[in-house]
Ligand binder design. Structure first.
Ligand code: GCB
Length: 633
């Protein structure tokens, strides 16, 4: 094995031993738990003075000790109980005006009561914290985590006690060159405990994860894999899917794993039109996990994407993980419902959730609504490709992204990166990551958003990394970045030398909602609309076009967008403002999508008609032949 990878594995093992970091518990919604959401006290710590002493050594008496003066003359220069409170989950930037631009450390503290059950393991679960967190329970270090968009959890059985307990977290969202994402990116670096926090109670041996998926070949059989947290054989797990008449008890192998197949009578497959979900119950050692799972297959065949064996055109839109009607991070079914209703109104059956894994409510709500999902890693623009820690971080983020949503039928695409600069270090990094992604999950498609080179009248898509993925995706801002003659768009040729489906993963232009004028005036709704009108003509010429994902549903906060009175710190390429007000281009895109629905519908009608015609003709020929031979007799 390559030295680099041996090093990575060693690093991973050492890291895991030092902390109580345990593999992600999947389906957090279906487990026995209680929430630590709500009011947390917080202390802003610009110089990390609660962590380092004045010689920059890690202090053994930092803020994590939650110290109180014992005598009247004791000096303790902080007090969580006198510090302000913030509702968690949230981003601190939109919760406290003073923290709007803040990037640095904030300490959070929550107290809670607990009654110990000696039979149970106690796990502290975080939906996501941006970016780096150090976690303490009752003054003891529990572990560290890097990466702002994926869940992680720690075994805190040894640290939790009867009665009052406290959790303290040092959260640091400073951007760093080796981070993922790195120093620069076109969205707000929202800091904080952005997603739900739970205490989960389990038995010592418990179901850690499971994967139920429809077999690609038969499209009838369900392949299952269930994994315990312990390598132990002969442990019985009961599997129930009542609606499919499945009730089975299977036993684990020596690795604590069950790998088997289920043969239900007739499965109604999950589709955008009929997003059928079945209740799945797993029972193990008096514990029960309930999930709702849909069954479908997703594959590519030459230039087509096939859902359940049938070609599908992905009518998408890009979406950032932000609240509807305002700025700030989203994190509820209610937020997801509104965002998805706008996407549906646009005519979408697909969303590209950029540029990092979104909150779990979004994925689950989209699954219920029949919206297909592209989920993405924040390997965005420049990355420290040669840094082994960065690679290891990417692997961890990928693992946790895949694990969390492994059973979601609507998630069909994992996207590895966005607009990364070409080069050999990048190619090694990304191709290794892709190889790893395929090992993790072979039931979905892989892609990455690449860039276009324009030479004369030809758009060329030739990033070598396209050879490693299933779908060729690219971003193309024709008519917005760089000077072009929009009216030439229709004549533009495409050079895409791959026998693979193609998705245009970004195109569009900016406009300020309510600003009207001539179509050649930048920032007017007319300008944006005109860019769409011509781009849509140009896009029609792409051979193998399997999906379109315009940039994007809503305007969003970005520190790179500093033009006063127009941008006011917002990327203005939304079809809607951040308040949900629809711009002209929304309707142009909508019309195009509804035309596509009709075309696809008509194609199906035409196919049915042709098949019926052939069958009818064959019957006619057969009956005439029979009459002829009867007459002869
Ligand atoms: C892109 C990026 C996206 C930006 C967008 C823009 O290519 O992928 O993150 O926000 O362009 O608006 O420039």
């Amino acid at each position: 094995m390559h030295k680099f990878f041996i090093l990575l594995i060693q690093y991973e093992i050492i890291f895991k031993i030092l902390s109580q970091d345990i593999p992600q518990l999947i389906n957090i919604f279906g487990r026995k738990k209680f929430s630590l959401n709500g009011k947390w006290n917080y202390i802003v710590d610009i110089q990390d003075s609660g962590y380092y002493d004045y010689r920059l050594s890690i202090s053994d008496n930092g803020f994590f000790m939650n110290e109180k003066p014992k005598n009247p003359d004791d000096l303790v220069e902080y007090d969580f109980d006198k510090a302000p409170q913030m509702d968690i989950p949230s981003d601190w930037n939109t919760k406290d005006d003073k923290l709007f631009f803040y990037e640095g450390t904030i300490w959070f503290k929550k107290s809670f009561n607990y009654t110990i059950n000696p039979q149970k393991k106690v796990i502290l679960y975080f939906g996501a914290i941006n970016y780096e967190s150090i976690i303490y329970v009752n003054g003891k270090l529990i572990g560290k985590h890097k990466g702002g968009f994926t869940p992680f959890n720690f075994d805190i059985t040894k640290q939790i006690k009867n009665g009052e307990n406290f959790v303290i977290i040092k959260v640091d969202n400073k951007r760093r060159i080796e981070n993922i994402p790195t120093l620069i990116f076109d969205w707000w670096n929202f800091g904080g405990i952005k997603r739900d926090v739970y205490i989960v109670e389990t038995n010592n041996i418990y179901i850690q994860n499971y994967h139920f998926t429809l077999d690609k070949q038969s499209k009838k059989q369900i392949n299952i894999k269930i994994e315990l947290n312990t390598k132990i054989s002969n442990k019985p797990i009961e599997i129930l899917i009542p609606e499919l008449g499945i009730s089975k008890i299977l036993k684990t192998n020596a690795n604590g794993i069950i790998s088997d197949i289920l043969n239900p009578k007739k499965i109604v497959l999950w589709t955008p039109k009929n997003p059928k979900l079945y209740t799945v119950i797993l029972k193990f050692d008096e514990e029960e996990i309930i999930d709702k799972i849909g069954f479908r297959t997703i594959e590519v065949l030459d230039k087509k994407i096939l859902l359940n064996g049938n070609p599908i055109f992905l009518r998408g839109v890009n979406v950032h993980d932000i609240k509807p009607f305002t700025d700030g991070r989203a994190n509820s079914y209610a937020d997801a419902k509104i965002i998805l209703s706008w996407a549906k109104d646009l005519g979408c059956n697909f969303v590209r959730l950029v540029h990092y894994p979104h909150n779990e409510y979004m994925i689950r709500e989209a699954e219920k609504e029949g919206i297909l999902v592209w989920s993405e890693l924040p390997l965005y623009w420049t990355i420290a490709w040669d840094n082994p820690d960065t690679y290891n971080n990417a692997k961890n983020q990928l693992t946790d992204m895949v694990l969390r949503d492994i059973n979601r039928a609507n998630v069909i695409i994992w996207s590895i990166s966005n607009e990364t600069p070409r080069g050999s270090s990048r190619d090694i990094f990304l191709s290794n990551l892709i190889e790893y992604a395929r090992k993790l999950d072979d039931t979905r498609l892989l892609t990455m958003a690449t860039e276009v080179i324009r030479i004369g009248g030809t758009n060329i898509i030739n990033d070598t990394m396209n050879n490693n993925v299933d779908i060729v995706s690219f971003n193309n801002y024709y008519g917005w970045y760089g000077k072009v003659n929009l009216t030439e768009a229709e004549k533009m040729k495409w050079f895409i030398p791959y026998n693979k489906p193609v998705i245009i993963s970004e195109f569009g232009a900016g406009a300020k909602y309510g600003y009207h004028g001539e179509k050649n005036y930048r920032w007017t709704e007319e300008f944006q609309d005109n860019v769409y009108i011509y781009n849509l003509k140009m896009i029609e010429n792409i051979d193998g076009l399997a999906g379109t994902v315009p940039w994007l549903l809503n305007d969003f906060l970005s520190p790179r967008r500093v033009l006063n009175e127009i941008q006011d710190l917002h990327n203005r390429k939304g079809f809607c403002s951040e308040k949900g007000e629809k711009k002209l281009a929304f309707y142009t895109m909508r019309n195009w999508y509804f035309k596509k629905i009709e075309e696809f519908g008509n194609l199906k009608v035409l196919k049915c008609f042709t098949i019926s015609f052939i069958v009818f003709a064959l019957i006619k020929i057969w009956t005439s032949l029979c009459t002829l031979s009867n007459n002869k007799e």
